[in-house]
Design a protein around this ligand. Structure first.
Ligand SMILES: [Fe+2]
Length: 180
């Protein structure tokens, strides 16, 4: 898996596990390529943030792959992909996937906690949660920020981003490159 920075320490065994998580996510989303692409983009940004932030890379990347895993179930059961329904429906699906892959209970609990709170600002006080929050924002903001002025973008990023590295990448993407 070449997508993650060399500075991030991931053992060959962990890489195999992460590939299996990714494959399970893709299988779960099936033909919904948009969701798969989103999860992959978020995991790529999480991988970019990891060298700057002391966090567990396997927990972070697993959570990145699975953070939106409840979206189909939210739509099916509640007719909505609103954040609160995703937070409700995601953890059992993420937990089942990880149990199937033989993950440890504590690890599954930690992923479920991130998946179950990923639309709630500062809900979990952990570096892994902050990375998912910012990585998700880096992907989602690409759709909404181009319509805003530089001042609005700056203010929004200052309010929203929760890691220094995420904030700096966002500034580069949406203020420097976006305006050139
Ligand atoms: Fe997301």
């Amino acid at each position: 898996m070449q997508m993650f920075d060399l500075l991030v320490n991931i053992s060959p065994k962990q890489k195999v596990f992460l590939s299996a998580v990714r494959a399970a996510m893709e299988q779960c989303f099936g033909a919904d390529q948009r969701r798969i692409d989103h999860a992959l983009q978020v995991s790529r940004y999480a991988g970019k943030l990891l060298p700057y932030i002391e966090a567990d890379p396997v927990l972070t990347l697993t959570s990145a792959y699975l953070h939106d895993i409840g979206i189909h179930e939210a739509e099916r059961k509640h007719g909505s992909n609103a954040g609160n329904w995703q937070e409700l429906e995601g953890p059992p699906i993420a937990s089942a996937i990880l149990a199937e892959l033989g993950a440890e209970c504590r690890f599954i609990e930690l992923v479920a906690e991130i998946v179950g709170n990923h639309h709630t600002s500062c809900a979990v006080d952990s570096a892994e949660f902050r990375i998912i929050w910012d990585a998700d924002a880096l992907v989602n903001f690409a759709e909404v920020l181009p319509a805003k002025s530089a001042e609005q973008v700056e203010a929004l990023l200052r309010r929203h981003m929760v890691t220094e590295a995420g904030f700096q990448i966002a500034r580069k993407l949406f203020l420097e490159e976006g305006k050139s």
